[in-house]
Design a protein around this ligand. Structure first.
Ligand code: KG4
Ligand code: ZN
Length: 267
């Protein structure tokens, strides 16, 4: 199988595109960050974010194809971030993905941004095996999920943080919640913890989690640093897994979901 998936991430202030080939792995990924654009405002300005995504997507598409040494006609399916995120920013990715998929007569699929994050450690080597527990620590959310397989996500605990430091403490507490020491979470297979999301890049958090999981006889898996924060590779990868399950369609109708609960996601 050598299905090539193009992934497009545009949910916030990063435009990320990637090509993932099933059976081969990640072919190339490119990223443009808008940090400098929003810096003077002290936060992301949604309208500026959308306008910048519009300008970046086509040059980034050319770049990712060049880096992968592929032509546009070799793309077999397109995955894009459908939510959660900024409505306008998501619409740029969704409309670009569907227009391109229509032009190429290939399927498209909308991906949950947090699913991209939580599956991203599977891109690393060594990769965890299903089932595992995933700690998602991104911009605004800290969630602990039980992951049985693609699309099988059970929310174990959640908090909304307003300070990064708070996230570390709450993550530690959530770990306690996920591992109450009772009969339930001693179940086989749940000794693997996957950490994903931007805050997962933090070395202090990583060393604390390694220590805690070490005490419990478990292993912690992390995405490569460049795949902790927003990127197109995680969307291409999640899309490739869903295309392999015959998901995706050629009807090219789309909507975006600025608010979207991962545990209730159905495709
Ligand atoms: O996952 P992400 O790129 O975007 C969302 O989906 O929200 O996460 C972004 C968050 C930001 O709050 C950023 O400050 C944080 O990840 N972050 C970090 C580190 N790198 C990025 N937090 C702590 N330590 C880091 N090294
Ligand atoms: Zn993210």
């Amino acid at each position: 199988m050598s299905f090539i998936t193009l992934g497009i991430e545009s949910s916030c202030d990063e435009t990320g595109l990637a090509l993932y080939q099933t059976g081969h792995g990640l072919l190339a990924h490119v990223l443009h960050t808008q940090v400098a654009l929003h810096n003077e405002y002290g936060g992301v300005v949604p309208e500026l974010a959308s306008r910048d995504h519009v300008q970046r997507i086509t040059p980034l598409l050319r770049q990712v194809l060049r880096e992968a040494d592929k032509s546009i006609g070799q793309i077999d399916g397109i995955a894009y971030t459908q939510g959660p995120g900024l409505g306008g920013a998501l619409l740029v990715g969704a409309s670009s993905a569907n227009a391109l998929a229509y032009a190429l007569d290939i399927p498209s699929i909308g991906i949950h941004h947090l699913e991209g994050h939580l599956l991203s450690p599977l891109l690393a080597d060594p990769a965890p095996q299903f089932p595992f527990v995933a700690l998602l620590v991104s911009g605004g959310h800290t969630q602990l999920m039980c992951v049985d397989g693609i699309g099988q996500y059970l929310l174990l605990g959640e908090t909304v943080d307003d300070a990064a430091g708070e996230a570390f403490d709450k993550s530690a507490k959530l770990l306690g919640l996920g591992y109450p020491g009772g009969a339930a979470l001693a179940q086989t297979g749940l000794n693997q913890l996957v950490v994903a999301g931007g805050v997962g890049a933090n070395q202090l958090l990583r060393s604390k989690l390694n220590t805690e999981m070490g005490k419990r006889g478990g292993t912690v898996f992390y995405p490569d640093l460049e795949f902790c924060t927003d990127n197109g590779a995680m969307i291409a990868f999640a899309g490739a897994l869903r295309f392999a399950q015959q998901q995706g369609s050629k009807n090219y109708r789309f909507n975006v979901k600025p608010r979207w609960n991962l545990a209730q996601t159905t495709y």
